[in-house]
Design a protein around this ligand. Structure first.
Ligand code: C2O
Length: 344
């Protein structure tokens, strides 16, 4: 078999879930170069709840996002263009290389963790570049610990902040506690009970249900596979990943979710990147604390994606080159992991 690859030359119109077409193709490109990271310094991605809007960190972070928003739409580093990268890779913007009748997709399979890791890597590089500070690291939304089980203050305090998004569910703003398996509709659960349920959900997903690589990462996705019939999402991708999206971005009309609630627009909410930094951190926990191991199948290792780097140039990156976060130049703040012993 061969890896499933995107046909990057051939970006087509994507589809919103209701069938409406949306053009999220990136600006035209010419030459794509291979890229292998080799960081020499390590930055620490910190838990988002530790920063207020008075912090220096907030100043840097919000400046970076504002600058991304201010870039011209013809610049692939522009904030909306970055969100479109996600849209094109998950709503049928690309066909599968060599199989033009099949759409390419980075969810529902073993591509989920590495694709989003690379996406955040370049997003973070672009932030660093725009504020001219290569010590900058993205924050993570620590929704797997009680301290992080709300929308973190930075994203919600100031409506004029570039980190604010009007298209979040108004019923889920602080102090509302997230429900890590939320599905359209709220039941009234006392916050402390919800926190306990959330920890039990994390325990179930990470320990009871993620016994094998396929459980954790999702099923193999190779050239010629039809993603629409594969249904191979890993445990964490299903819960809590999908539910954090829908809890944040689904309003009264569940058939018409907004920003975070649906793939094509999810990355238009800056909190997307903090959500995915936590998903990425959970990958490191699965390896380090839970002694999981990375996939060694060459169709996974050699699968590639194309992103725009901090100089707005397209680069081709492979899964095998993102497996060591220290080579990518980051690590995660060592916060408590209370669900490790939260069996229900
Ligand atoms: Cu690409 Cu959280 O989705």
């Amino acid at each position: 078999a061969k890896p499933a690859l995107p046909d990057f030359k051939d970006c087509i119109e994507a589809r919103q879930p209701n069938g409406t077409p949306i053009n999220c193709c990136p600006p035209a490109i010419d030459k794509i170069e291979d890229y292998v990271p080799s960081a020499t310094t390590i930055r620490t991605r910190m838990a988002a709840q530790s920063f207020t809007v008075d912090s220096d960190y907030y100043k840097k972070y919000s400046t970076a996002i504002q600058k991304m928003k201010n870039l011209s739409l013809t610049d692939p580093r522009n904030f909306l263009q970055q969100a479109n990268v996600h849209c094109a890779y998950c709503d049928g913007g690309y066909t599968q290389k060599g199989n033009p009748n099949l759409l390419y997709e980075i969810h529902y399979s073993w591509l989920f963790f590495p694709w989003h890791r690379w996406f955040l890597y370049f997003f973070e590089k672009i932030c660093q570049n725009l504020i001219d500070d290569d010590t900058f690291a993205l924050p993570f939304w620590n929704w797997d610990a009680p301290e992080g089980m709300q929308i973190p203050p930075m994203y919600n305090s100031v409506v004029t902040s570039p980190l604010y998004d009007f298209l979040r569910n108004p019923d889920h703003l602080p102090p509302s506690v997230i429900n890590l398996e939320w599905c359209n509709g709220d039941t009234t659960v006392p916050p402390n009970d919800q926190i306990k349920y959330n920890l039990a959900i994390m325990y179930t997903q990470m320990i009871t249900q993620s016994k094998t690589q396929t459980d954790f990462f999702g099923s193999p996705y190779r050239a010629g596979d039809d993603i629409t019939t594969l249904s191979g999402a890993g445990q964490i991708e299903q819960t809590p990943h999908n539910h954090v999206h829908s809890w944040t971005g689904t309003t009264v009309d569940p058939s018409n979710p907004i920003n975070m609630g649906v793939f094509y627009s999810a990355a238009r909410d800056p909190i997307f990147y903090a959500h995915h930094a936590n998903i990425d951190r959970i990958w490191t926990i699965w390896l380090n604390q839970l002694k999981g191991t990375n996939i060694t199948d060459v169709d996974w290792l050699t699968a590639y994606f194309i992103f725009y780097n901090e100089e707005a140039k397209p680069v081709r990156v492979r899964i095998q080159d993102c497996l060591d976060p220290t080579k990518l130049g980051y690590t995660y703040e060592d916060v408590p992991i209370p669900w490790l012993d939260a069996s229900a």
